[in-house]
Write a protein that binds this ligand. Structure first.
Ligand SMILES: CC(C)(COP(=O)(O)OP(=O)(O)OC[C@H]1O[C@@H](n2cnc3c(N)ncnc32)[C@H](O)[C@@H]1OP(=O)(O)O)[C@@H](O)C(=O)NCCC(=O)NCCS
Length: 145
């Protein structure tokens, strides 16, 4: 397994398959995908991209840290889940976020994935909320120290 930096475009297929199935392709183009401070990571197995995650320099209004990153589009193809790929992407991301002088990573986590985020050290804040057409979510964060 290899973790590499990838482009926004590289993430679209897995995003659509795992996060926006049956939805228009435009929905997997996220705002700020191509910003300078944004980075995308991918895990490859035998040369095939099987897991992706994207990181944006973006603050959440309810979180106090001055400089924060946001995690979006975290997904591993179904037949490669539970073997540590998303965790490996996060381990690669933490030092990059720290190098960019940010002290916190947050995400709107699907409630179905909360267990994953808790395992990798995220904490939940506030109440569950609904994102239309996608489902129930919770705000979660992890301090990057
Ligand atoms: C959530 C997701 C990204 C995790 O990816 P993954 O590559 O399977 O994650 P890992 O293998 O690194 O998992 C790390 C740990 O979390 C556990 N875990 C993974 N998914 C979990 C889940 N949905 N609930 C509870 N625990 C979970 C793993 O078993 C592993 O535990 P271990 O360390 O005891 O072995 C993946 O299941 C996925 O793509 N889901 C569909 C898309 C999605 O919901 N993305 C999140 C959007 S907010």
């Amino acid at each position: 397994m290899k973790v590499l930096r990838i482009s926004a475009q590289d993430t679209y297929e897995i995003r659509q398959q795992m996060l926006r199935q049956g939805r228009p392709i435009e929905e997997v183009h996220f705002p700020k995908d191509d910003d300078d401070q944004t980075f995308h990571l991918g895990a490859f197995i035998e040369g095939k991209l099987v897991s992706v995650a994207s990181f944006y320099f973006e603050n959440h209004p309810d979180l106090p840290d001055e400089y924060q990153y946001r995690l979006r589009g975290m997904a591993t193809l179904a037949d490669h889940q539970h073997i540590g790929l998303s965790s490996a992407l996060l381990r690669m991301a933490f030092p990059i976020i720290k190098q960019n002088l940010c002290s916190l990573l947050w995400c709107n986590a699907r409630t179905s994935a909360m267990g994953f985020y808790q395992k990798v050290g995220f904490e939940k804040v506030g109440e569950e909320f609904e994102i239309p057409t996608i489902g129930p979510h919770v705000l979660m964060f992890k301090k990057i120290i």
